[in-house]
Design a protein around this ligand. Structure first.
Ligand code: GDP
Length: 179
């Protein structure tokens, strides 16, 4: 089955987003404590695709050795990614483009892994600030990429962006059947 990977810095809101997408609060536990999602979890959605929950990266308080373990997990996953269609890189809409996220996107690009960006926690900003922050991302990304990757604006607490992400995944799944 096709699979879609979700990844981002610890505390970016990945568990909450996965809960929103799966609409089953028990599937992925949210943590008030950053860095808690440590293993790769697969969720079967609608019996036709897998959602892959990858460990969060870049949490400052995690030791260097466990950072290495995270990296190894992530690199291994992507090197064996036969079923992977697209990775979704989550970034907190409130922050300016962060080097760690940009480096990770760069790494995906260099390894030929398609990705989209999911901006999280959109409820925390006013619409004009959202636009500005997305523009900041575009400006930085267009320095190295020919086009802005596909992106989604979401809020798990306000249930925003759920259908956009799910419809996009359905579309990609449909296209694969035609090919
Ligand atoms: P993870 O570490 O990336 O899995 O992040 P979590 O889903 O556990 O969320 C980290 C923190 O951000 C928690 O305190 C959540 O309640 C909060 N959070 C997550 N998504 C949202 C959102 O869409 N809006 C707001 N306001 N807070 C959120």
């Amino acid at each position: 089955l096709p699979e879609y990977a979700f990844i981002g810095r610890s505390n970016v809101g990945k568990s909450s987003l996965i809960n929103m997408l799966t609409s089953r609060k028990s599937l992925a536990k949210t943590s008030g404590r950053p860095g808690k999602t440590q293993l790769i979890n697969h969720f079967l959605i609608n019996k036709n695709w897998h959602l892959v929950d990858l460990p969060g990266y870049g949490y400052a308080k995690v030791s260097k050795s466990s950072k290495k373990v995270f990296q190894k997990f992530i690199t291994q996953y992507f090197s064996l990614r036969e079923q992977l269609v697209t990775a979704f890189v989550l970034v907190d809409i409130r922050h300016k483009p962060q080097p760690i996220d940009l480096e990770f996107m760069q790494w995906l690009g260099e390894n030929g892994i398609p990705f989209s960006i999911i901006f999280t926690k959109a409820d925390k900003l006013k619409p004009n600030a959202i636009t500005r922050h997305v523009e900041d991302y575009k400006t930085v990304l267009l320095e190295t990429w020919e086009a802005m990757p596909n992106y989604f604006i979401t809020s798990s607490s306000k249930d925003i962006g759920k259908d956009d992400v799910l419809n996009y995944i359905d579309e990609l799944n449909e296209n694969m059947k035609i090919d």
